[in-house]
Design a protein around this ligand. Structure first.
Ligand SMILES: *Cc1c(COP(=O)(O)O)cnc(C)c1O
Length: 392
């Protein structure tokens, strides 16, 4: 999957303005040319190894597991990648694609600033210009990432319209791309947007699960009983899950942000409470009003507050292969502190949602069972915010 038109069942596709149809078709063609090209694969895998620091380790979180008194918890340490999150995996892929296509510039949006930093990094590495659109609220919340992007030579565009967060940053970046699609590549930061992006970003992220499956088997002689990952757009989750989709014994759970509670409007639990619809040029579950317009969403984790979700996740929910649960802002903060104090690992607020999911599940399981969490990023970017929230 997807099919030739970019559909995962009923979800996906490429519904773009006529002015962009050719540009998107060009990206699709270029990606198909390089996707299995041995030289491209070698360049990408060499950079994963020598630049990103892959493979990232799998770590048995013994003190956390003992504390919860149930299943053994393992962490896939994407937080240890260069730039501190899984996003560098697809950023390098997209920057190499831009270079292959002869583009002068990459344009993109960012939520928590992680995709922006990853893209700015990859563009510096590959030698191409980078322009990042970011909501004003996120700019204030994630100031260190804004500074990083500037140091890396990237132009940061502040988005002050609408919710001043990720959704409006996407609209703004899309417009910038539309102004000159020939000389730019629009580098999407998750498994969302029009085809081929959900497929392409998934392909660049699936290294996570390929490594983790081998590493976990080597450590334990078995497969994990449960996988858990946070789901914003869904890239780190699908990156871990893809290698295990055929393993029927492996239960797969995605954790969405329940924000201030699923019974309030302030959440971003798209698969849990959304309905099939369309957003940003593709079909997926969407948190929408009666007219089909995307609703304002909220999460304590900037990287998770998006009213849509990847089309493949939408499909995997419908066929029942993946279960989607949620964790609130408060559960996320508790998990953030628990992992920090039990293991000496400060997780990103996004990743802390997955940890929160495991904290709820582990006590219900036996010591012979295991949960493998994708720890998608490190929490350095969030420490000042958390200290203010908790009055530490
Ligand atoms: C961006 C981000 C996410 C959310 O994006 P997905 O595409 O859902 O993975 C999760 N964790 C971290 C650390 C992020 O930076």
């Amino acid at each position: 999957m997807p099919d030739d038109h970019g559909y995962f069942g009923d979800y996906g596709g490429a519904m773009v303005p006529p002015a962009l149809e050719k540009a998107i078709a060009d990206v699709d063609r270029a990606y198909r040319e390089i996707r299995n090209d041995p030289d491209f694969r070698k360049e990408l895998l060499d950079l994963y190894k020598h630049y990103v620091g892959r493979p990232s380790p799998v770590f048995y979180a013994k003190r956390l597991s003992d504390h919860l008194g149930g299943a053994k918890i393992y962490l896939k340490r994407e937080d240890l990648n260069h730039t501190g999150a899984h996003k560098i995996n697809h950023a390098i892929g997209e920057a190499l694609l831009a270079k292959y296509m002869g583009k002068a510039k990459v344009v993109a949006e960012t939520g928590a600033g992680q995709h922006g930093v990853a893209m700015a990094t990859a563009c510096a590495l590959v030698g191409i210009d980078c322009e990042i659109h970011m909501g004003q609220i996120d700019i204030e919340k994630e100031a260190p990432n804004v500074t990083r992007m500037k140091i890396l030579g990237c132009k940061v565009v502040a988005v002050t319209r609408g919710t001043k967060t990720l959704k409006d940053a996407v609209d703004s970046a899309f417009e910038a791309y539309l102004s000159d699609p020939d000389s730019q590549l629009y580098a999407i930061g998750s498994v969302v947007g029009p085809h081929p992006f959900p497929m392409m970003v998934r392909d660049f992220q699936q290294i996570i699960g390929e490594e983790a499956r081998d590493q976990f088997q080597e450590m334990t002689g078995r497969l994990p009983d449960y996988l858990m990952a946070c789901v914003g757009g869904g890239s780190n989750a699908i990156g871990l899950f893809t290698a295990f989709l055929q393993d029927e014994s492996v239960n797969i759970i995605g954790i969405e942000p329940a924000g201030k509670g699923l019974d309030t409007p302030d959440h971003a639990a798209t698969l849990t409470l959304g309905k099939p619809g369309a957003v940003h040029g593709f079909k997926c579950y969407v948190l929408q009003d009666d007219a089909g317009e995307p609703l304002p969403v909220h999460s304590i984790a900037s990287g998770l507050d998006y009213p849509g979700v990847g089309p493949q996740h939408s499909y995997l929910k419908d066929i029942g292969r993946i279960e989607y649960q949620s964790a609130t802002d408060q559960e996320c903060l508790d998990a953030f502190m628990t992992l920090s104090r039990k293991e000496g690992i400060i997780p990103a607020l996004e990743s802390a949602h997955a940890v929160a999911g495991a904290i709820k599940l582990a006590p219900q399981l036996s010591k012979n069972q295991s949960i493998l969490i994708n720890l998608s990023g490190r929490g350095d970017k969030d420490i000042d915010f958390v200290v203010r929230q908790l009055n530490l």
